[in-house]
Design a protein around this ligand. Structure first.
Ligand code: FAD
Length: 395
């Protein structure tokens, strides 16, 4: 198997929301595309993270949005989700609009998008990129480990959609990683069942009681930033706890979840008979390696709703920073306005055939606080797919 080699025009690494759409987008343009994913399903964090809202799909104004901010495959995804769960409708949360979704629905929509492109798109699940060979500032081959062993994929273009920027790192492309003291808090979600008389105040009561617990030195600062989201059935909710870099391990996250849940059971009658029914399967990083691309989007570009001649897509999501000392900090764009992300943010400065989409694009740490949400990552994937195919026609 070690000697086996597969060739393709576009290799997409990671089948999260960005990678799945990137691969579908490239395949629709007729490029022979391979999508590799280390899990055995598409969706990435959108599935493993127990999320329930897609953010970044709409402009935030006083009126309900008429449609999504970006055109393209994202609109197909929204329509297909609507068919599967018509009761899940766009809703306003604070100053933004979000789309509730079920993880099973998203996986089935992604599987059907992939299936429709079977002529040009080959998907290899349980397959992980392990090393990269570069020649003259070009990725010549990506070595992968799959169920049948190790082999090389020889692509014309590569799109890194691995979230943490694995190809960016392995290829030695210039990139940025935030210092651990400055890095945003990661997250870990647990689902609670058996809640009694859940009301709309639960989302306010949980942080209130945890702030008191911190003041009384019963829990560490980072657990004070726990949020509670009521979901589907009236006896269920999601608790999202925050994880500082020094405690980034699934074992420690599980322990923290038990501490938070145990405390809430003691002080809130709502939680008294509840139990943890599910957890995210990993600690969810907000930050990883970010490409140094031909352009790096800044917080000022976002706050000033900057438009670019090569603006590839739009976003109106606020900058949402999970500060280790202060918890979540928000900075909003003016209502009704949006900013653009230039296609240059998806292209490596020096590796000629490296593109990226999703969490690892070329943005500053602050700007990532806005661009990392799923709605934006999906459209980034579509644009990266188009850009990677263009490279093919140039050569
Ligand atoms: C705590 C937390 C809460 C959030 N809540 C929300 C929310 O409510 N709504 C929202 O819209 N966004 C939310 N986000 C943001 C959002 O979930 C992610 O930023 C987004 O899903 C990232 O998508 P992606 O495709 O870039 O990466 P990912 O979803 O991380 O996908 C990357 C994929 O690459 C695969 N992969 C990694 N390495 C390799 C390799 N070497 N070889 C092969 N495959 C590999 C992974 O298995 C994964 O499937 C949240 C983020 C966090 C951390």
């Amino acid at each position: 198997m070690e000697n086996m080699k597969k060739e393709c025009q576009v290799l997409v690494v990671g089948s999260g929301v960005a990678g799945t759409i990137a691969a579908v987008s490239a395949a629709r343009k007729g490029a022979h595309t391979i999508l590799i994913e280390k899990n055995n399903f598409p969706g990435g964090t959108a599935v493993t993270g127990l999320h329930c809202f897609i953010c970044g799909l709409y402009v935030n104004d006083t009126n309900m949005p008429k449609g999504p901010i970006n055109k393209g495959i994202v609109r197909e995804i929204i329509s297909q989700l609507k068919v599967l769960s018509p009761e899940k409708k766009v809703m306003r949360m604070g100053r933004v609009y979000i789309l509730p979704y079920s993880r099973q629905d998203l996986v089935s929509v992604f599987r059907s998008l992939i299936k429709n492109e079977k002529q040009h798109l080959e998907v290899l699940y349980n397959t992980q990129a392990v090393s990269v060979r570069t020649e003259q500032s070009t990725i010549a081959a990506v070595r992968v480990r799959g169920q049948k062993g190790v082999f090389d994929i020889v692509p014309r273009a590569v799109i890194d959609c691995s979230g943490h920027g694995v190809i960016i790192q392995l290829s030695g492309a210039k990139h940025q990683v935030s210092d651990s003291k400055q890095r945003q808090l990661a997250g870990y979600t647990f689902r609670v069942k058996g809640l009694k008389d859940r009301d709309n105040m639960a989302a306010v009561k949980v942080p209130y009681y945890l702030a008191q617990a911190y003041a009384e030195k019963k829990i560490p600062l980072y657990l004070k930033f726990t949020t509670f989201i009521p979901i589907d059935n009236t006896d269920e909710g999601l608790c999202k706890i925050s994880i500082p870099p020094a405690r980034n391990s699934i074992q420690l996250a599980k322990k923290d979840a038990v501490v938070v849940h145990g405390y809430l059971c003691k002080v809130l009658p709502l939680f008294k008979d509840s139990y943890i029914s599910d957890t995210s399967s990993e600690v969810l990083e907000r930050e990883g390696s970010r490409l140094c691309g031909e352009y790096t989007l800044s917080a000022n570009d976002i706050i000033n709703a900057r438009k670019f001649p090569d603006g590839a897509l739009k976003s109106a999501w606020p900058i949402e920073l999970w500060n280790q000392k202060k918890g979540p900090q928000y900075c909003y764009i003016n209502p009704g306005d949006y900013y653009e992300i230039p296609a240059r943010c998806l292209k490596s400065q020096e590796i000629s055939n490296l593109f990226c989409a999703g969490r690892c694009i070329s943005v500053s740490q602050e700007a990532l606080g806005s661009t990392r949400v799923m709605g934006t990552c999906m459209s980034l994937g579509e644009q990266a797919g188009c850009e990677a195919v263009k490279l093919k026609s140039k050569n």
